[in-house]
Write a protein of this length. Structure first.
Length: 402
């Protein structure tokens, strides 16, 4: 006689009841049940809905409206003033001279630094938008936070030139006879075309904060992930989960899957609302945008879960929240950082923020058509997430309970 399937109040098979039967196996069913339970509990939590949906949308409206002038596109390419200190020689000097001539045709204004002039101080005083030091070993750029758009454009053009010069140097090394032609200046506008820069589509304040705040709430999943196990312990349901005919691996997979689904749904809602209501621009490759955001969601869930096991004190939730807020601050979620010096304290802090990685990758893809950093960011997020999830699963397996 077929046994009757019984369930406990938490949606899991009763410890004394028979195993579920049907087209879906027991393991898959248990994982799905736990994931659905996590999703239902999250959507019933008004605090979750407020912080993951209402708060970022209101903040997006406030910042996007208040800082409209800071993102004004009236400061077009013909107003970008670049102070240059050229320390290069030989082929490098010749190549940069050709690049400089082509960029001046496109609207950039280059000025040579005068003796005794402090280039970084000139940028700080807003006399120039950027300060570039060109040497045979590379290019160092000091950007201005007052005009982040101009600094990003200058950085993009210099990156295109550096890539072209490196390719030309490789050709010259392989075949010296072609050295002269390899270092010829790019065709008119060639550096601009390499990056597919759309001059009619520059990021406005709402465009910027739509991307930045969406990435921020994707990382906020770390805070909810940190309570996945501790909430069961607080509610007294952890012992019942362990006693139920469910393996720890199934509990772990179900909770991770449920948290990922909730956070990704919130991200999708924010993207849709920003596009339809705020008319934010997300580019022409939305599937790749979603893939980047999914990688951030996966990283945030794995990070929160791993930290919840490492930080066993009751203050772990506050520490995780502080870490996420610092990552948001240094990642440019509240204000654009522009170009920062890598070796400075701000540059080091920004380079450690997953929000900074995703922001730069998405903006380069949307406005410059450059997908290189997108795939690097996805790979980095996925690699870190795999390590953190493996560590969390190992720590969970070593415990008697959850």
């Amino acid at each position: 006689m077929a046994g009757r399937r019984t369930e406990s109040r938490d949606g899991l098979p009763d410890a004394d009841g028979p195993q579920p039967a049907g087209p879906i196996g027991g393991v898959e069913m248990n994982v799905i049940q736990i994931a659905l339970k996590e999703m239902l509990l999250s959507f019933r939590n008004r605090r979750t809905l407020f912080f993951m949906l209402a708060f970022p949308l209101v903040l997006m409206l406030v910042l996007g409206t208040a800082l409209t002038n800071a993102f004004s596109t009236t400061a077009s390419m013909d107003t970008i003033r670049v102070l240059v200190q050229d320390l290069s020689s030989g082929a490098a000097q010749q190549g940069f001279a050709g690049f400089r001539a082509e960029m001046e045709k496109s609207g950039f204004v280059f000025t040579d630094v005068k003796p005794g002039m402090d280039g970084a101080a000139e940028v700080e005083k807003n006399n120039y938008d950027d300060y570039a030091i060109v040497a045979n070993s590379g290019i160092k750029l000091y950007g201005s936070d007052r005009n982040a758009v101009a600094s990003n454009m200058t950085q993009g053009m210099l990156s295109a030139y550096a890539d072209r010069y490196n390719a030309a140097a490789a050709i010259a090394a392989a075949d010296p006879a072609k050295a002269a032609s390899a270092f010829q200046p790019a065709p008119s506008g060639g550096y601009v075309k390499e990056l597919s820069l759309d001059l009619d589509r520059m990021p406005g304040s709402m465009d910027y904060y739509a991307v930045a705040l969406t990435v921020m709430i994707a990382l906020w999943g770390a805070m909810s992930a940190a309570s996945l196990v501790k909430s069961e312990i607080r509610q007294g349901t952890a012992a019942r989960l362990v006693a139920a005919p469910v393996r720890k691996g199934e509990i772990f997979a179900g909770k991770v899957l449920g948290n990922l689904a909730v956070n990704m749904l919130c991200v999708l809602v924010v993207i849709t609302f920003s596009k339809v209501v705020y008319h934010a621009y997300w580019g022409d490759n939305l599937p790749l945008v979603l893939l980047v955001l999914l990688s951030v969601v996966v990283l945030s869930t794995s990070l929160g879960l791993a930290l919840s096991y490492l930080l066993k004190s009751s203050a772990s939730g506050g520490l995780i929240s502080l870490a996420v807020q610092l990552a948001s601050f240094f990642g440019g979620a509240y204000f654009p950082l522009g170009v920062v010096e890598k070796n400075s304290l701000l540059g080091i802090a920004a380079s450690l923020s997953p929000i900074r990685w995703a922001n730069m990758a998405l903006n380069n893809m949307i406005y410059l058509g450059d997908n290189t950093q997108v795939f690097q960011t996805i790979g980095l997020n996925a690699g870190l997430a795999a390590l953190l999830l493996a560590a969390s699963a190992y720590m969970m397996s070593k415990r008697e309970g959850l």
